[in-house]
Write a protein that binds this ligand. Structure first.
Ligand SMILES: Nc1nc2c(ncn2[C@@H]2O[C@H](COP(=O)(O)OP(=O)(O)OP(=O)(O)O)[C@@H](O)[C@H]2O)c(=O)[nH]1
Ligand SMILES: [Mg+2]
Length: 360
């Protein structure tokens, strides 16, 4: 699972990246390369399970965060995304668009003023233009190829799909608002269009704004509609400073600033929601571990996330929900109460299921 940070220059991408990943970026190198790091997905449920089983190892789910270098704001009549940048954005499962909301005269804004809606539109337009250019080029190629291809139906089907995407994009709508039939999944997978990716807008508010941010974001939500978009405020400067403190000090300052969750909890929580992700757990004396799956996945799919062999040789899954196990206090009690179940391969997993896969 990979999440990319994009946004205009000086919006706070690298600052957010550092807060999320606790990786320190040398300012001198910040511009030249994209930064990437793997973060543990915080999960209070895993902590509780670990306390219950006292295993040798606790393993959180992972997400990779990438701070993508490269949007240049220059001539506003031409596209600002170059092919190298597009290549880096494409590989992400979701995008976080970092928008500047903070005032600071010492840090320039490429458009000369702070305007959150304008900046959201600037990047949205670029994402849309990139997909339009792709679809147009793809259609041109398909139409040229059709004479040469043996399986003309296959090409015709792709042309029809690309035309459908194009018509949608031409109405200024991102592809994430389209419903994709099963046969178009392969194009999504192969072409990775940018506007099909779930998008989280992270508004970097100034320190003075913490109390006003809830209202600001609520207003913003009203103005920006579209499924698979969500908006979260963050406070790059304060949160970066907080990340350097001990847990106790942090709690005191967070209360003072009126912050209830860490940015990592908020952003990853939103990202999970946007991406339709959920967790299941495996527990035992050796290891308690959280795993990430998509909503709707079956017990057999989940087994495959652990190991391909578990998928292929799947027999049954022993299942108990997190709540039931915590309430009962042990597996034995769950069996007594009948909350411990055996499920077959088609069982649809619930968020927080604790699974033990029986396999051949
Ligand atoms: N006052 C203030 N300064 C901030 C805030 N967030 C970031 N900055 C500063 O703004 C400058 C740009 O922040 P970065 O995180 O480097 O921004 P970026 O989006 O990575 O910028 P590029 O990589 O150059 O595109 C840095 O000097 C930050 O310290 C904020 O909330 N308040
Ligand atoms: Mg940067």
């Amino acid at each position: 699972m990979q999440i990319g940070l994009i946004g205009l220059p000086y919006s706070g991408k690298t600052t957010l990246f550092q807060t999320l990943t606790s990786v320190h970026i040398d300012a001198a190198n910040a511009k030249r390369e994209s930064n990437q790091a793997i973060v543990k997905v915080p999960d209070a449920r895993l902590d509780k399970l670990t306390a219950m089983f006292n295993p040798k190892k606790k393993v959180n789910a992972n997400i990779e965060i990438v701070d993508i270098v490269g949007v240049q704001k220059g001539d506003s009549t031409s596209s600002q995304f170059n092919s190298q940048f597009i290549g880096k954005v494409k590989t992400n499962d979701a995008l976080i668009h970092v928008v500047r909301g903070f005032e600071d005269d010492t840090i320039p804004h490429p458009d000369g003023s702070i305007n959150v809606l304008r900046d959201i539109a600037t990047i949205d337009d670029e994402l849309l233009l990139t997909d339009m250019a792709f679809v147009e080029a793809r259609l041109e190629k398909l139409e040229k190829d059709i004479m040469k291809q043996k399986d003309k139906d296959l090409v015709k089907r792709e042309i029809a799909s690309m035309q459908r995407w194009q018509a949608h994009l031409e109405q200024n709508k991102p592809l994430r608002q389209l419903d994709f039939p099963e046969e178009e999944r392969i194009y999504l997978k192969n072409y990775q269009p940018l506007t099909a990716k779930p998008l989280l807008i992270a508004v970097n508010m100034s320190d003075s704004n913490v109390s006003e941010s809830a209202k600001f974001v609520a207003d913003l939500k009203q103005q920006i509609t579209g499924s698979k978009i969500s908006i979260e405020p963050f406070f790059a400067k304060i949160e970066q400073e907080l990340s350097l403190l001990s847990d106790e000090e942090k709690a005191v300052f967070m209360e003072e600033y009126g912050l209830s969750d860490s940015p990592l909890d908020r952003m990853l929580g939103s990202a999970y929601h946007l991406l339709g992700l959920q967790s299941f757990f495996t527990v035992g004396e050796d290891e308690c571990r959280a795993w990430t799956i998509r909503k709707g996945m079956t017990a057999q799919d989940a087994a495959g996330v652990i190991h391909t062999d578990f998928y292929n040789k799947f027999i049954r899954a022993e299942v108990v929900s997190y709540e039931n196990l915590i309430d009962a206090g042990s597996y034995a009690k769950c069996k007594e109460k009948g909350t411990f179940r055996l499920e077959g391969k088609d069982y649809i997993c619930n968020d927080g299921d604790i699974l033990n896969i029986r396999h051949g």
